[in-house]
Design a protein around this ligand. Structure first.
Ligand SMILES: Cc1cc2nc3c(=O)[nH]c(=O)nc-3n(C[C@H](O)[C@H](O)[C@H](O)COP(=O)(O)OP(=O)(O)OC[C@H]3O[C@@H](n4cnc5c(N)ncnc54)[C@H](O)[C@@H]3O)c2cc1C
Length: 533
């Protein structure tokens, strides 16, 4: 993409320009345009999801990966992990909430305490969790009709094998362990998503003060005459270029890969790296692209005797949380149960792919390895390098968690009633038993739960590695905030989409000065739970 496109459109001005109409961007667009005097523009790289059954049907999620709806970012070589993971990032209105599985968990209070300890003042549980009242998404446990008998039996086996409780609603209160059906943001009657786009944007799309620039990609931020970072260079779908200007605030919501990428392309990031690529440095912010977080997972696959009953919301409707270390405030191992055999990473290792099967994917909820994103060149079209440095934490905690997870998965599979469905373990296979062999397999067959975060992390003013302050303002700039998963100082224990929605809801209040939903003594007690008080 060069500066001179096929033509130049005039500079458009709005009060707020939101770069990225994804999970967080849709919330902001909806909230900020509630004021009819306020002109809001969303610059979104992907197409609309309105009327697009491919996107709206939740169960079709897997068919969207590695297609035109996906930016698809490869990882650099992972010497201790799987170098073949393709990191899906949605290219469609609603962002990843339009192609993910919509598993919906409130973050745990202790996850938010960790944020506060990392310098994210004001993001405590008592402040953030009451925003759940504001969420517009329809979030509910998987409907009875979508509950597959094999998933039921997985829950029953997990409860018996591990002596954990059944959890009927994972969002009812903080929990330490348990098995059950997930809560999803969906409509069981239609099987449609209740994504950020569906819940926040679809109902307000006709607001005259809301402009959606779809299939429009931001590729550089520029300063205006007063030295403020207010201008966004964009490339429209027809190939022409233009500039969009924010008169009040510029809000970066392009996600954990594309927000740091855009900042770096604009000359905001680690100065030396940028200079080496020939990019003029606007601001030396060494933390941009650092602190790349994820939930790594592995997989264990069983063949079943034949096809399974068809009931499902999205083929991975139930899960299990285990707390191995009772000193931990919450679970330290999570499993998704799939009623399909997920073999993309095991086939590559030469393992058989059963025609019918199920799998469990143990993941590391509080992973300790930290990675980094950087630019390979100054060309906005060249994908950045993503190095998650999977399984590199010096204590070996992430690797140990995967080994424990594979063993625990086998215990569950050996327990009735799940045991009766399973013909044989097809990956890794029962001959893989030692810690060493399980670690080798577990890391080579590893995948991502698709939760990258942290690459523009929030922190104190004195913290040079922080990219935004606790009000989400880009360090050293006026009128620019980052609002997406990149601001997380650390990952929540659970799947992060609802945390993104809550962050965006609170960000809207920070921007407009509106009061939050408030914290009463009772709600603080509710959200903190006995152990954290
Ligand atoms: C396959 C998959 C399954 C997942 N499943 C779950 C789950 O079940 N539960 C859960 O909690 N989490 C899940 N996640 C993670 C969760 O969806 C994300 O963490 C969250 O949605 C990220 O929100 P965001 O606002 O940070 O970014 P996004 O939602 O990714 O939004 C970024 C937006 O910016 C746009 N954009 C990017 N670059 C530009 C640019 N240069 N110019 C203009 N627009 C741009 C993109 O098109 C996109 O719309 C999943 C993710 C994936 C990929």
């Amino acid at each position: 993409m060069s500066e001179s496109g096929r033509g130049e459109k005039d500079e458009d001005a709005y009060d707020y320009v939101i770069v990225g109409g994804g999970t967080a961007g849709c919330v902001l667009a909806s909230r900020l345009s509630e004021d009819p005097e306020c002109r809001v523009c969303v610059v979104e790289g992907g197409p609309s999801d309105v009327g697009d059954e491919n996107v709206l049907k939740l169960r079709n999620w897997i068919n969207l990966l590695d297609t035109g709806y996906d930016y698809g970012y490869p990882t650099v070589e992972q010497p201790r992990g799987n170098s073949h993971i393709l990191h899906s990032r949605a290219r469609v209105l609603g962002g990843c909430s339009s192609h993910n599985t919509l598993i919906s968990f409130l973050p745990f209070p202790q996850d938010l305490q960790e944020w506060v300890r990392a310098g994210a003042e004001g993001w405590d549980a008592g402040t953030l969790l009451p925003y759940r009242q504001r969420l517009r998404n329809t979030i509910r446990p998987v409907a009875e009709k979508d509950r597959n008998p094999v998933a039921h039996d997985f829950v029953g086996a997990a409860v018996d094998a591990l002596d954990v409780p059944v959890v009927d609603d994972f969002n009812a209160q903080p929990f330490t362990e348990g098995a059950g059906f997930f809560s999803l943001a969906y409509d069981p009657a239609t099987g449609y998503r209740s994504s950020a786009s569906v819940a926040y944007l679809h109902p307000v799309m006709d607001r005259p003060n809301l402009t959606l620039k779809l299939e429009t990609r931001a590729y550089r931020l520029l300063r205006d005459g007063a030295g403020r970072l207010t201008r966004v260079r964009v490339r429209y779908a027809d190939g022409s270029a233009g500039t969009v200007r924010a008169e009040r605030e510029l809000l970066l919501c392009a996600g954990s890969v594309d927000t740091p990428r855009l900042l770096m392309l604009s000359g905001i990031g680690p100065a030396e790296d940028l200079r080496e690529l020939g990019i003029d440095v606007l601001a030396d912010l060494p933390g941009v692209g650092e602190n790349l977080l994820d939930h790594p997972e592995s997989v264990i696959v069983w063949e079943t005797a034949g096809p399974l009953p068809p009931n499902s919301a999205m083929d991975s409707d139930a899960g299990l949380f285990v707390r191995r270390d009772s000193r931990e405030p919450g679970p330290d191992l999570m499993f998704h149960f799939y009623q399909v055999p997920f073999t993309v990473n095991t086939e590559r290792l030469g393992l058989p792919s059963p025609p019918y099967g199920v799998c469990m994917t143990p993941n590391v909820p509080k992973s300790r390895s930290r990675g980094r994103i950087w630019l390979r060149s100054a060309d906005p079209d060249e994908k950045p390098a993503l190095d998650f440095r999977y399984f590199t934490d010096p204590e070996g905690y992430d690797e140990r968690t995967i080994v424990d997870g594979l063993r625990i998965a086998r215990e569950v599979a050996a327990t009735g009633p799940l045991r009766d469905w399973l013909l044989r373990e097809s990956a890794p296979g029962l001959d893989v038993t030692s810690d060493e062999a399980l670690s080798e397999y577990g890391r080579r067959a590893a995948h991502t739960v698709y939760h990258p975060a942290g690459t523009c992390r929030m922190g104190r003013a004195a913290d040079d590695g922080a990219v935004v302050d606790p009000l989400l303002r880009l360090r050293g700039e006026e009128g620019v905030r980052v609002v997406d998963a990149s601001v997380f100082p650390s990952l929540p224990t659970v799947n992060p989409m609802v945390t993104v929605l809550l962050v965006a809801e609170r960000a809207a209040d920070l921007i407009t000065g509106r009061a939050g939903p408030g914290t009463t003594a009772t709600s603080a007690r509710d959200v903190l739970g006995e152990e954290q008080r």
